[in-house]
Design a protein around this ligand. Structure first.
Ligand code: F6P
Length: 319
């Protein structure tokens, strides 16, 4: 193998640049050439590809987003799109491809492997919804962003004696809400993994009010549904004015936390070493402090387990 390519696909995530840097630097050390593929699988199919050198990845470890750009490609999901991608990879002499992204991006990597390209997946998504790995790159930073926002909303909530609903991202996964709610000290956490009870939320508000509490923070995962009916029910039952903040794409930006910059670096390094050792169609993951690889098709089959113990802890601690 003489040349590898790198692409980032799906929603961007802080720490992707740290992974790109690690992949490129490890590959140069091993005497490989590296091609950067812009805008995910879309850029691969159109040949939007450039030669990277040591300077291409200088000064990016702390940058949010992805220097390669990203996309959610519909065309690449078709057999014609995948055939076209293989033609381009051959034209550019790319024998190994590192894909940084989520579940859909991994399926693309597996499809290319079936067409004879050596591929490896690195989990990059703020959602933390891949069950085979403890964490995905970007999750910790997104959680930090939500915690900072909870603190700010608590300030104004206290001043006005209001409740605040904060809707956070995560698709169908409640991890961002759970971890940020626990570490940010939210009074209520609402996630798609649990049926939510409006009685429990309003009882907490009323209990808090009785002992003089002037704020009430409710973190709601986007997978639960729209927060407006929840607000209406809270106001109607408790009389407490309730504001809604949808944090949205703020959670996707910013410099990676220490954890995400470290995870990106370690996974990028490991991915290149695995490619060189002959692996293909494998995913890189982390368990505890250990970085490992496993077959990508098995990895995407592992169901993400919601951490019930943390959820219970958060309930107990949030009086
Ligand atoms: O997968 C990451 C994510 O930010 C999800 O949490 C969210 O549901 C989705 O992407 C938003 O996608 P887009 O940026 O395409 O609107």
């Amino acid at each position: 193998m003489k040349t590898i390519g790198i692409l980032t696909s799906g929603g961007d995530a802080p720490g992707m640049n740290a992974a790109i840097r690690a992949i490129a630097r490890t590959a140069f050390e091993e005497g490989l050439r590296v091609k950067g593929i812009r805008f995910g699988y879309d850029g691969l199919m159109s040949g939007d590809i450039y030669e990277m050198n040591v300077s291409s990845v200088a000064d990016i470890i702390q940058k949010g987003g992805t220097i390669l750009g990203s996309a959610r490609s519909k065309e690449f999901q078709t057999p014609e799109g995948q055939d076209q991608a293989v033609r381009i990879l051959k034209q550019f002499g790319i024998e190994g491809l590192v894909v940084i992204g989520g579940n859909g991006s991994f399926q693309g990597a597996a499809a290319l492997h079936n067409r004879g390209i050596r591929t490896i997946g690195i989990p990059g998504t703020i959602d933390n919804d891949l069950g085979y790995t403890d964490y995905t790159i970007g999750f910790h930073t997104a959680v930090e962003t939500v915690i900072e926002s909870i603190g700010k909303l608590r300030d104004t909530s206290n001043s006005h004696g209001r409740a605040n609903i904060i809707e956070v991202m995560g698709r169908d996964c409640g991890d961002i809400a759970l971890y940020a709610g626990l570490a940010g000290g939210a009074e209520s956490i609402v996630v798609p993994e649990h049926e939510f009870s409006i009685d429990e939320i309003t009882d907490r508000i009323e209990r808090g009010r009785k002992r003089g509490k002037r704020h009430h923070i409710i973190v709601v995962a986007e997978g639960v549904g729209e927060p407006y009916s929840m607000r209406a029910a809270i106001e109607q039952r408790t009389g407490v004015e309730t504001k809604i903040t949808i944090l949205g794409h703020l959670q996707r930006g910013g410099s990676p936390s220490f954890t995400d910059a470290k995870l990106g670096s370690m996974m990028g390094y490991k991915a290149v070493k695995a490619l060189i050792a002959g692996s293909s169609s494998v995913a890189v993951g982390v368990h505890g402090d250990e970085i490992f690889t496993m077959p990508i098709l098995e990895a995407i089959e592992v169901e993400h387990e919601f951490n019930e113990e943390l959820y219970e802890m958060a309930r107990v601690l949030s009086h």
